[in-house]
Ligand binder design. Structure first.
Ligand code: ZN
Length: 684
């Protein structure tokens, strides 16, 4: 499993989401809340600073945006081989339905379709489990039969009846494709995962053997083997189907290449042109060496105002962390907020030298953590509609070591979360006392951002592996340990006097807001996102649960932190009695987690994750869900994109780009399905 994880999922998502009836419209009437269904809410973000960009940069963003939208189908197919068939069938029903739209079945159909869009497929984007529709099979069959056959995504020469026989279990049968990513111990995590990174009949040991054989311990600059391909078994032989022009997903990649080349006409400087050329080259050939060249050029381009991610990037969707999902993000610098992250990265060595980690696991020289705050212009692929609030790339260990990494926080996204969350009642419901409530209301948006910056700019880049340690030694526990390492690094330093000295915080007590929220989230409130009866699976959630439960247990004798039941209302609250001792515990755990990582101590990783990160207290879980429901808060948030319109000159050149914000959720999804959906339904 890849040892670096770069998306810091919004901590904020647990503290947000008012219900629809909230009346906290900001002064200028920008509508941050779009709509809500099932466990999800859709928000809108604003592209702050757009008008300050010159026309050339606006044109550049426009072309990169187009490239960001054309890969959407790829992700659907990566998530499950039937996702495009399911989505296209549902969309055909949505646009062609002639029946009664006032029925329960139809309403449930709309909810299911919105969930499929939200999760980029039939599995929950976060919990990984397949969600089932609440409309009847009969409704579905009738609706499909009433469509013109041309609208039904049948296979070649397939009848509608055969199509229905094939697709119905995919949608309705809980035993079919149960989980997108299976991480449980003691099972074959490849053959029991429903994603489409591996062909039929490929097993975990096949994959491990295939990729272990590619690793050369003497190669100090290894490519990310297997990153951009599906591994299949053909006549008993394992082969990679590479994502490239002329290969798998070619028709999407062709469009992406076209728009990257258009973007090449409007670049800011030569470095940026080179980045785009190398990426195009990689998409043409599928070469992972070229991908590394691109990553190196990209990480070194720190001067450009406009920047982007476009490609096979993160490997959370693969239980073994080898295959990457397609994602995209186009952005430009938020100059004011960048000043703060710059201070952090300029002091990276001080933080490394003063950390509680044993000397042999620290880096002698921390290199080039470039940090910036950005404004997102568009999100695509695995960043859409649910999006990270921070990113740290590239993922290659040796490139990070030799060239550093780029770390960004996305300020207009956090801003939208904050604005949308006003008045949700969450803090009043879950925070224990007036003192804590006051701290959180006053400081938590500041400390949330600071913790994200520390996690991304310093946490992932700190520490080192001992010579000869396999970066994948922690296997399925690798992601959780890596996220914990980055979180702990941030938590350890937030109370430090250095924060005040550097002007990152202006009150010595502010950190308590972050400590309180972190413990409350890890012990309680994040449980709102788990389905009843399920365990914690997702690595960021596991990491938070692990840190919080470990601190709770190790500090129990001295009552550092307590989970207390308020007898009057029979509600559970977190109580932190000794913030300084809590910091000491955080330091101890950081030292241990770094040791596990540096030594590649699989046994210890397994032990600590299985003990503290996975199990759910059923009674507490139910209580949290009930309290959430009473507030009308949904646990997951996603975004619709702004709409961009290019104004063209006589030669076809872009002379202006207009941005607008009035597109609805279903409207946007249907437009994307209409205008940006080049892949065949079946990519077997
Ligand atoms: Zn992270």
């Amino acid at each position: 499993m890849k040892s670096h994880l770069f998306i810091f999922m919004a901590l904020i998502i647990v503290s947000c989401a008012p219900n629809k009836s909230t009346n906290t419209q900001p002064e200028d009437n920008f509508r941050y809340n779009v709509e809500q269904f099932a466990d999800a809410g859709v928000l809108r973000f604003r592209v702050n600073g757009w008008d300050s960009l010159d026309v050339r940069r606006k044109a550049l963003v426009y072309c990169l945006n187009e490239a960001a939208l054309w890969g959407r189908d790829i992700l659907f197919d990566q998530n499950n081989r039937y996702n495009l068939a399911v989505r296209r069938t549902l969309e055909a029903i949505y646009s062609g339905y002639q029946g009664d739209t006032a029925t329960v079945d139809y309403k449930e159909f709309i909810i299911y379709l919105k969930r499929v869009w939200f999760s980029n497929g039939i599995h929950h984007h976060y919990g990984q489990e397949k969600f089932l529709p609440a409309f009847s099979k009969e409704f579905f069959v009738d609706a499909v039969r009433s469509l013109n056959i041309k609208q039904v995504p049948v296979r070649e020469n397939q009848s509608v009846d055969d199509f229905l026989a094939e697709i119905i279990p995919v949608i309705f049968d809980p035993q079919v494709y149960t989980k997108k990513v299976e991480q449980g111990s003691g099972v074959d995590v490849i053959s029991s995962s429903a994603n489409n990174y591996y062909g039929q009949g490929v097993t975990q040991s096949d994959v491990e053997r295939f990729y272990d054989a590619k690793k050369d311990p003497h190669n100090t600059q290894p490519v990310a083997y297997g990153l951009n391909s599906r591994l299949v078994k053909q006549n008993g032989v394992l082969t990679e189907q590479v994502y490239r022009l002329g290969g798998l997903y070619s028709s999407s990649i062709e469009k992406i290449i076209y728009w990257l080349q258009e973007a090449g006409k409007y670049t800011e400087n030569e470095e940026q042109s080179r980045v785009i050329e190398l990426l195009v080259d990689h998409y043409r050939t599928g070469s992972l060496e070229t991908y590394d060249d691109y990553a190196i050029a990209w990480v070194q381009d720190t001067e450009s105002m406009v920047d982007f991610v476009n490609g096979f990037t993160e490997s959370y969707g693969d239980a073994l962390g080898i295959k990457a999902s397609w994602e995209a993000l186009v952005n430009f610098k938020d100059l004011d907020a960048t000043a703060k992250t710059k201070i952090i990265s300029e002091n990276a060595q001080w933080f490394e030298d003063n950390s509680p980690v044993a000397r042999q696991f620290r880096k002698e020289k921390v290199k080039g953590v470039s940090a910036k705050a950005i404004t997102a212009a568009i999100i695509g692929g695995d960043c859409y509609p649910t999006t990270p609030i921070g990113i740290n790339l590239p993922n290659s260990n040796w490139i990070r070591k030799e060239y550093g990494s780029k770390s960004v926080t996305i300020t207009n996204i956090t801003d939208a979360y904050d604005k949308a969350a006003l008045g949700s009642g969450f803090i009043d419901e879950f925070v224990s006392g007036d003192y804590e409530k006051g701290l959180i209301k006053k400081y938590s948006s500041q400390t949330d951002n600071l913790h994200t910056d520390l996690h991304e700019c310093l946490g992932h880049g700190s520490g080192k592996l001992l010579p000869g340690v396999d970066p994948d030694a922690l296997k399925v526990y690798g992601s959780t340990i890596e996220e914990a390492r980055a979180d702990l690094f941030g938590l350890y330093y937030i109370p430090d006097a250095k924060m005040l000295e550097l002007g990152l915080l202006d009150d010595a007590e502010a950190y308590k807001a972050e400590y309180y929220k972190y413990m409350m989230n890890g012990l309680m409130t994040q449980l709102a996102r788990i389905e009843p009866g399920k365990q914690i699976e997702e690595s960021h959630m596991r990491n938070r649960a692990m840190i919080a439960h470990w601190v709770l247990e190790k500090g129990a004798a001295e009552k550092v932190v307590e989970l207390k039941k308020d007898p009057e209302h029979d509600k559970t609250f977190v109580k932190i009695n000794d913030y300084e001792k809590m910091r000491a515990l955080i330091g101890q755990l950081l030292a241990e987690i770094q040791r596990i990582k540096s030594e590649g101590d699989f046994k210890a990783a397994q032990e600590i994750v299985e003990t503290y990160a996975v199990e759910v207290d059923r009674a507490l879980h139910l209580e949290v869900k009930t309290r959430y429901d009473a507030l009308g808060i949904v646990p997951y948030k996603g975004f619709v994109n702004p709409v961009y319109e290019a104004v063209r000159g006589e030669q076809g050149e872009i002379i202006d780009v207009k941005v607008s914000y009035d597109e609805g959720y279903a409207e946007q999804m249907m437009r994307y399905a209409q205008d940006y959906s080049p892949l065949p339904t079946y990519n077997d």
